[in-house]
Design a binder for this molecule. Structure first.
Ligand SMILES: NC(=O)C1=CN([C@@H]2O[C@H](COP(=O)(O)OP(=O)(O)OC[C@H]3O[C@@H](n4cnc5c(N)ncnc54)[C@H](O)[C@@H]3O)[C@@H](O)[C@H]2O)C=CC1
Ligand SMILES: O=C([O-])CC(=O)C(=O)O
Length: 312
């Protein structure tokens, strides 16, 4: 199965590398506008194949979309990352035009593909991909909740002093420093509610650290993170190509679920061969619903900028 990753920068190259190493796709096409970069990174990855024992093929392309033809899934990571002090939302002016042109080009060669949108501001880029393309809503998935939920599990595991793989938890809402909602009520240490093990104060700190998880890394790195984002993108692709029917919090189009409509925002969904196969619409308590509504208002405010830019 062929999977294309657009953008051969930090996140795109990491995602392609995970897709190849785990043999999630038999053929990975990495595309970028920078002359030779995608080809170079693809060749570098292929030179690890014997050492690491994988048989996937990675091909690079400098803006030649014919090489992406027939992709089952396309991951979009093209665009600017933020620098310390910036918000993800600050990227909309540059990234919206890039994401729209990439979606248009991809559809010429892969009309039936499923999109995984990573470029920021991700909730708005996902909405743009949906509105500008007219592609069915099950085929447009924004990746943010997978990453944010894993950061939540990481911070919980640090507070508990345990391995992250023994911790469960999910983050819904927008993928922004102030819009994400780590749901402490459902977080467990192997089934034991974390509220039984951590003080309210510690849990509040875990929530706050999770929400600014991306900003913390951006401050440390001088640009935004890539290992976990790339792996999270590959995990979403894996759920599609292996038809795993896994529950992955993802940014999807809502039509009344969680009391919201005409918006793409993070909620738990079942992902399989058809992309978004089911939205799990469970009842939030009053406090969680209020946070979700506030998050949706903020995302909607960003989406409105797309009409000002005449992109939707
Ligand atoms: N949704 C999420 O959870 C996350 C989103 N991101 C976002 O992903 C995006 C990429 O981040 P990085 O890889 O760190 O940035 P990067 O700067 O390392 O890579 C971006 C790549 O996109 C390429 N590009 C720009 N315009 C293009 C076009 N029209 N066609 C093809 N390629 C094009 C650039 O040449 C560059 O190689 C950023 O917008 C960042 O904010 C990053 C981490 C997590
Ligand atoms: O923080 C950023 O700008 C990149 C991103 O979305 C993340 O790492 O969560």
């Amino acid at each position: 199965m062929k999977v294309t990753v657009v953008g051969a920068g930090n996140v795109g190259a990491t995602c392609a590398n995970v897709l190849a190493q785990k043999e999630i796709a038999s053929e990975v096409v990495l595309l970028d506008i920078k002359e030779g970069v995608a080809e170079g990174k693809a060749m570098d990855m292929m030179q690890t194949s014997h050492m690491l024992g994988f048989d996937s093929t990675v091909i690079g392309s400098t803006n030649d979309y014919s090489k992406t033809a027939g992709s089952a899934v396309v991951v979009i990571t093209s665009g600017l990352p933020r620098k310390p002090g910036m918000s993800r939302e600050d990227l909309i002016g540059t990234n919206a035009g890039i994401v729209k042109s990439v979606v248009d080009n991809i559809l010429k060669y892969s009309p039936d593909t499923i999109f995984v949108i990573i470029s920021n501001p991700m909730d708005t880029m996902t909405y743009l991909a949906l509105k500008a393309s007219g592609v069915a809503k099950n085929r447009i998935i924004g990746m943010g909740g997978m990453l944010d939920s894993n950061r939540f599990k990481y911070y919980l595991s640090q507070a508990l002093g345990v391995t992250p793989t023994d911790v469960q938890g999910l983050v819904i809402g927008g993928h922004g420093d102030t819009t994400m909602i780590p749901l402490t009520r459902f977080a467990t240490y192997n089934g034991i509610p974390v509220s039984e093990l951590l003080s309210a104060e510690t849990l509040q700190k875990v929530v706050a650290d999770t929400m600014v998880g991306g900003a913390t890394l951006t401050k440390l790195l001088g640009t935004s993170a890539w290992y976990a984002p790339g792996a999270a993108g590959a995990t979403v692709v894996e759920a599609i190509v292996r038809d795993e029917k896994k529950v992955i919090t993802s940014c999807v189009y809502l039509e009344g679920e969680y009391g919201q409509k005409d918006i793409c925002i993070g909620v738990p969904v079942v992902i399989g061969k058809d992309g978004v196969e089911k939205i799990i619409d469970f009842k939030l308590n009053a406090e969680e619903q209020a946070l979700f509504n506030k998050s949706a208002d903020a995302v909607r405010g960003m989406n409105n900028i797309l009409s000002d830019m005449k992109l939707v």
